[in-house]
Design a protein around this ligand. Sequence first.
Ligand code: NYM
Length: 210
Amino acid sequence: RACNNESRGALIVLEGLDRCGKTSQSSRLVSYLEGLGHSTELWRFPDRTTSVGQMISAYLLNQSELDDRTIHLLFSANRWEKRSMMETKLKAGTTLIVDRYSYSGVAFSSAKGVDLEWCKAPEIGLLAPDLVLYLDMPPELLKGGYGDERYERLEFQKKVAQCYKILRDPSWKMVDACQPIEDVQKQLQKIVLDNVLACRNGKPLSLLWS
Ligand code: NYM
């Protein structure tokens, strides 16, 4: 029963401020795991391809205005609409490397002043990550400055960093993202591989928010 092809994949989340290197580290991790023969997919939130995701994208591009709680619930709905597919993939043995998840949802909305517990509530019952990797970089050093999307301003990113600090728990792996890309990747690879192996060996899936 516990043969390898019945064991599950790992749910691995990368978090951090805008432009700290999450996206390139995530895709490198997928190549690394695939190279070792582990079935792996790259996911990201927001997933802008769904109809909810298109509303989110328009908001981020400043093409629409939405109340802070409304956009918060859309980000959450965007995770809920992917939840069953996520569970199916994990149970089929595929590891998911996820670029942002519920922690971004809570950190960015609470940085706007929305109550933190209120922000967490709609995330309850989503799958809990097996591993949260936080790419740590001071807001002042973020790569190449910011772009034009909503939230990409230094003062706001400082607030987001504070909110991440409140959310952080001892199980998060903090990685110094100021190091060269290759060094960051080496550290991430080791942590991720250990975690993928632990999940294959029968670690049960759990739910947020615990
Ligand atoms: N963001 C992302 C949120 O405000 N709430 C969420 O739940 C998620 C997943 O969207 N500035 C914010 C963080 C980013 C922006 O993300 C778009 P990305 O990774 O740049 O596509």
